[in-house]
Write a protein that binds this ligand. Structure first.
Ligand code: NAD
Ligand code: USQ
Length: 402
């Protein structure tokens, strides 16, 4: 296996730290990104809380501090099929990592424009990469960032397996065992694209014997990794707004700037989480442990712990003294759920999970306080609703909203 990897979406929140980590680990890294995430910042009138540098300055800074070269190609992979094919032929990577999708559920529900953009962008990007791998005739392992959200948030008590579910089916009165893909249960247009990606992977794996790993990742929290904190010019993005900010980072940031913690509904929603420092390690483990030729699509649950939204709010409030406020839930989701996700594969491969702890929450708190002046407080409340007749609650209440 050569050590050349193409990182599609390598300018983003997960892609940038992963690119640096892999470069540090001796990989030759080629980033392909159309910078659409930066353009969406402009569309939303919001920007990363942290002062991220242009991709050119980021790459220059990395070379300044490590001497290592990261190559960058500006391409829209949902549109420019030939560019992907040419890049594969030119660089002959042993693996490609696919982060290049529109990743915010609230943004994907904003209006018909964002719904159509999310579907077109995500599905075409995924399909174009797979089609180009086949067209290239090269043996390339595709690693995709999926979501634990594809499983839905069932409360039946089952530990959610890694992609495949053992079931017993009634065949003429006799129960026979089968293993089937876990039933998809998307809760937003964004999550719908992730479930559609899975079908596309299944097809290319079956028809073209492509070697594919789909990482069902939980909500990523934290912001810096060992590499991004070497120099301020390498700093990672920090989304805090109602569309792109994710729950745990938002809560810590809200506490840091004196904004009430914005719990949706009752806060009974339980979700899976992973720290960004573990994300980058998991990607390396996935690259270095590809499925065997002719194996089915390999699915890892890339998550290390589960928490309810309320539990997180309470923890952060206790640490910081911040007040908790409950808002009418802008999403169509269960008021509460339990969730248990199996993530044995990464543990078996040696991942030592970074669990939620005060030190790491303080680290985010410090970063959020440092860059507080970059925060536009009018962008904090979520104003994307799942259905047109749902209200946007900008006031909130002191008690849970059932
Ligand atoms: P991000 O929006 O910060 O990064 C995505 C990057 O892909 C951006 O730099 C964007 O410009 C680029 N991109 C998007 N469409 C493109 C296209 N058509 N052509 C070229 N580049 C394109 O998102 P992120 O948080 O880094 O997430 C990366 C992946 O991980 C996504 O697929 C997301 O669904 C998945 N994921 C993220 C989280 C999380 O909490 N952030 C959790 C689970 C899964
Ligand atoms: N929530 C609040 N208050 C807030 C923000 C969110 O209560 O201020 C609640 C939401 O209603 C939801 C939960 O927190 O119940 C999680 O929301 P989120 O925005 O943190 O995460 P989500 O929309 O699920 O999406 C994020 C990433 C996405 C990834 C997904 C993993 O943006 O790319 O796929 O996490 S998962 O949650 O497993 O589907």
């Amino acid at each position: 296996m050569n050590k050349l990897v193409i990182i599609f979406g390598g300018d983003g929140f997960c892609g940038w730290p992963t690119s640096l980590y892999l470069s540090k680990q001796g990989y030759d890294v080629v980033i392909v990104d159309n910078l659409s995430r930066r353009k969406i910042d402009e569309e939303l009138g919001c920007k990363s809380l942290t002062p991220i540098q242009s991709i050119e300055n980021r790459i220059k800074a990395w070379k300044d501090v490590t001497g290592k070269i990261i190559h960058f190609e500006l391409e829209d992979i949902s549109q420019n099929y030939n560019a992907i094919l040419e890049l594969l032929k030119k660089f002959k990577p042993s693996a490609v990592v696919h982060f290049a999708e529109q990743r915010a559920a609230p943004y994907s529900m904003k209006s018909q424009f964002q719904k159509r953009y999310t579907i077109n962008n995500n599905i075409n990007a995924t399909h174009n990469i797979l089609c180009a791998i086949v067209d290239s005739g090269l043996d390339i392992h595709m690693i995709h960032l999926g979501s634990t959200g594809v499983y839905g948030y069932s409360s039946v008590g089952l530990e959610i397996p890694e992609g495949y579910l053992k079931v017993k089916v009634d065949v003429n009165g006799e129960y026979k065992q089968m293993e089937i893909p876990y039933p998809p249960h998307p809760g937003s247009i964004y999550h719908l694209t992730k479930t559609m990606d899975s079908l596309i992977f299944g097809y290319y794996n079956k028809n073209d014997n492509l070697c594919i790993t789909d990482l069902h990742q939980g909500i990523v929290w934290g912001t810096e990794t060992n590499e991004t904190s070497i120099d301020e010019r390498l700093i990672n993005r920090f989304d805090y707004d109602g569309d792109y900010g994710t729950v745990l980072n938002r809560f810590v940031m809200q506490a840091a700037i004196g904004h009430p913690i914005t719990v949706h509904g009752t806060g009974g929603q339980t979700r899976a989480f992973i720290h960004i420092k573990d994300t980058v390690k998991c990607i390396r483990l996935a690259i270095e442990n590809p499925p065997k030729k002719n194996d089915r699509v390999k699915i890892f649950n890339q998550t290390t712990e589960q928490h309810s939204v309320y539990e997180l709010a309470k923890k952060i409030s206790k640490l910081s003294g911040a007040k908790i406020r409950y808002f009418v839930n802008p999403r169509k989701e269960d008021r509460d759920n339990t969730l248990k996700v199996s993530s044995k594969s990464f543990l078996k491969l040696g991942l030592n999970p970074t669990k939620l702890n005060e030190g790491l929450m303080n680290e985010i708190h410090k970063i959020a306080s440092k860059y507080e002046n970059n925060c536009d407080k009018s962008k904090i409340i979520c104003n994307s609703v799942w259905k047109k007749d749902m209200i946007v609650d900008t006031i909130g209440s002191e008690t849970p909203i059932t």
